[in-house]
Design a protein around this ligand. Structure first.
Ligand SMILES: [Zn+2]
Length: 275
């Protein structure tokens, strides 16, 4: 696995995995938050993250797609919205990924090295399930801690506010840094592809969540996505909402998807929805 860290602001790094997914390390004076944990995991990922900060790290998961949970084993109990628990534990958070998610996330950009032919390194499910989590289990799955709507994670000088945005998955969250005027959105907004087919997707909830984010747009200068460009302007919230509404109302024509993904692509104003 190749990991590459890019400093995008004071105390904020994006950690890119082979050009197809990125997670973010957001550092305050007291602690740091790692927002998602890429796909492949492994010692390279651990070293990339811990090489950026000496502060304690809390892992926050935007949602349970495998390319956001891959390296979680190196961190203490992750924080996640409880609306995501069922989907997370259905995958057990490790190794057991739905085929659409796996194919989909591997194919999110045209510039990645993953061709769906099996060269996306994944944790070994057997090894992972044999590893004691060291915490109370929820039905035998991995331990998680709840992260609620409006809950603020205080890093010391930096505060991250939890915003529930169901649609891409039931418990998808964004984190709002009002002081830094940044919004971290996971997979809900991207200038590559937004995956709205497969397990757990809900296009109407997606539109509702984008309307919710539009209400926060006056507080946002920069959007940070897990795929594609590291920084987008706040206009991408409305662009994405409009594209999704046009898809719902039948105004967009179906195009061939990237590779052989089991979906169609619907594009409007630079937003590419896979549905
Ligand atoms: Zn996703």
């Amino acid at each position: 696995m190749g990991y590459h860290a890019t400093k995008i602001a004071d105390g904020v790094h994006a950690i890119d995995e082979n050009g197809f997914v990125q997670c973010y390390l957001i550092e305050g004076e007291a602690i740091a938050v790692l927002l998602d944990s890429c796909a492949g995991g492994g010692d390279d990922f651990r070293d990339a993250v811990y090489g950026l900060t000496g502060k304690p790290i809390r892992l926050v998961i935007t949602h349970s797609d495998h390319d956001h949970t891959g390296g979680q084993e190196y961190f203490d109990t992750p924080l996640m919205h409880p609306a995501e628990y069922a989907r997370y534990h259905a995958h057990d958070g490790v190794g057991q990924h739905t085929r659409p998610g796996k194919q989909g996330d591997a194919g999110k950009t045209g510039r990645d090295a993953h061709d769906g032919g099996g060269n996306v390194a994944e944790p070994d499910p057997g090894a992972a399930s044999a590893k004691p989590a060291g915490h109370a289990h929820d039905g035998g799955g991995r331990a998680v801690e709840p992260l609620w709507e409006g809950q603020i994670i205080d890093l010391g000088g930096v505060k991250l506010e939890t915003v529930l945005i169901p649609g891409h998955t039931p418990g998808s969250i964004a984190l709002l840094d009002r002081g830094g005027r940044r919004l971290y959105v996971g997979d809900t907004i991207s200038d590559t592809h937004v995956f709205m087919f497969g397990d757990g997707r809900d296009l109407r909830a997606f539109v509702a969540s984008l309307k919710k984010l539009e209400g926060l747009a006056p507080h946002i200068d920069t959007i940070h996505s897990a795929h594609g460009s590291l920084a987008l302007g706040p206009e991408w919230i409305t662009k994405t909402r409009v594209a999704a509404e046009k898809l719902l109302s039948g105004e967009l024509s179906a195009q061939a998807p990237p590779r052989d993904l089991p979906c169609r692509q619907y594009s409007h104003d630079g937003v590419n929805l896979l549905y």
